[in-house]
Design a protein around this ligand. Structure first.
Ligand SMILES: Cc1cc2nc3c(=O)[nH]c(=O)nc-3n(C[C@H](O)[C@H](O)[C@H](O)COP(=O)(O)OP(=O)(O)OC[C@H]3O[C@@H](n4cnc5c(N)ncnc54)[C@H](O)[C@@H]3O)c2cc1C
Length: 382
């Protein structure tokens, strides 16, 4: 280790930003050097994407600049990371090689629409920030026809988000007085709406979407997409506008560096360690098993909790302390109803033998909390 330990963080999303800030809050520049690398220089809270789709937001007023990190004495490099050498303790970007004492891999999940034949040509990617204004325009001009929202792979980011999208789209159409002539179909490969939240919450979400005449089709495993047609393993369905949640995979360099097997994610435990000394992984790029057939959902709130856990453990190591923290598995995800209220799915994954989930009432107070959640992240991290 050089005189001042160097923490390198790959990715400036929920995981990377929470870890960088937590470390800098406790340790000064004479105690630790922090470098965060991201190929883009902005951060956006995931759910703001849905506000761009419904037209209450623009991209420009939903992002924070990663260049602001410099003010906190967190070194920010805008560059693409092209390799990770966990044994020799360096990473390479397109323009330089950077050595580290501690590494936090928080590179998120990659959207892979190319895995579904015909999807890129015939449908929109609901999660791609480059397609949001186009989706908004299409919805804003639609007066009749069929909208299909289709989940095309599991796991995907923020399990409730596509349901929330369907409710916000329902509200947009309702406000324009065209809802009765537009059908909204929701297709999922899963047998229930939110397998990660269990059967009870899933039933409540089903009732919620049904109450807005959104038709949920379960066990619809996609094979391919044709012009205006979804081809599932056992059926077909037609659409006029397709909004897809494509399969998610890890970034290619995670596979190239042997940290995970394609098409999976980096396997971690509650300490977020990888098999390599002082190399940690957090957030959507990981898979943390909770119970049989169940993993921590891909959500910002959990990436944040894992980032803070790793930060605490790195701080302890730098201060030569013994304590080591474990990710607590607690968090909540908002679901907006499209009627100026929101509910929260509260999750506690490790306190009891079995993960517990609960769906709160949909209130305007929860909607204010959702707006506050975004504001708070942007102001405390950047
Ligand atoms: C529509 C929508 C709604 C959502 N709603 C919620 C919600 O209500 N609550 C919630 O908790 N979560 C929500 N999420 C999920 C949340 O956004 C993600 O789970 C979260 O961003 C994961 O954080 P992360 O740090 O693991 O990865 P990310 O935030 O994806 O960050 C990864 C970063 O790594 C960078 N990167 C990747 N590869 C490279 C490379 N080779 N070189 C350089 N940089 C690289 C990327 O540019 C990116 O900035 C939502 C997501 C979407 C799409």
């Amino acid at each position: 280790m050089s005189n001042i330990p160097h923490v390198v963080i790959l990715g400036g999303g929920f995981g990377g930003l929470s870890a960088a800030n937590e470390i800098r809050k406790s340790l000064s520049t004479s105690e630790v050097k922090i470098t965060l690398i991201d190929k883009k220089d902005w951060f956006m809270v995931g759910f703001a994407k849905l506000w761009i789709i419904n037209g209450t937001r623009t991209f420009e007023n939903s992002v924070g600049s990663l260049n602001e990190l410099q003010k906190k004495e967190i070194n920010f490099i805008k560059d693409e990371i092209i390799s990770i050498n966990s044994e020799k303790k360096y990473v390479e970007t397109k323009s330089e090689s950077i050595s580290f004492d501690f590494l936090i891999i928080s590179m998120g999940a990659v959207l892979a629409p190319q895995k579904i034949p015909g999807l890129e040509e015939n449908g929109f990617n609901l999660y791609d920030h480059n397609q949001l204004s186009q989706i908004h325009e299409k919805l804003d001009n639609m007066t009749s026809g069929k909208i299909a929202i289709s989940i095309m792979g599991m796991p995907y980011k923020c399990p409730p988000a596509p349901f929330e999208a369907s409710l916000l789209i329902d509200a947009m159409l309702r406000k324009r007085g065209v809802r009765d002539s537009v059908q909204i179909d929701f297709y999922s490969p899963a047998p229930i709406t939110l397998p990660a939240a269990g059967p009870e919450v899933s039933k409540q979400i089903l009732d919620l979407v049904n109450s807005e005449k959104i038709i949920f089709h379960n066990s619809s495993k996609i094979k391919s997409v044709e012009s205006n047609k979804l081809i599932f393993e056992n059926s077909e369905a037609d659409f006029d506008l397709l909004l897809a949640v494509p399969p998610h995979i890890a970034p290619k360099i995670i596979y190239d560096s042997g940290l995970a097997k394609e098409p999976g994610f980096i396997l971690i435990d509650r300490d977020c360690k990888t098999p390599f000394e002082n190399v940690f992984a957090v957030g959507d790029v990981t898979s943390l098993t909770v119970a049989e057939n169940m993993a921590v959902p891909k959500a910002g709130i959990f990436a944040e909790g894992e980032g803070i856990t790793v930060a605490k453990n790195i701080i302890s190591k730098i201060q030569s302390k013994e304590e080591s923290a474990l990710f607590d598995g607690k968090g909540g995800c908002f679901i907006e109803s499209g009627r100026d209220t929101a509910s929260v799915i509260e999750v506690d994954m490790f306190t009891n033998d079995k993960p517990s989930t609960n769906l709160t009432e949909s209130t305007s107070d929860n909607l204010s909390k959702k707006i506050e959640f975004e504001k708070e992240r942007l102001s405390k991290w950047l």
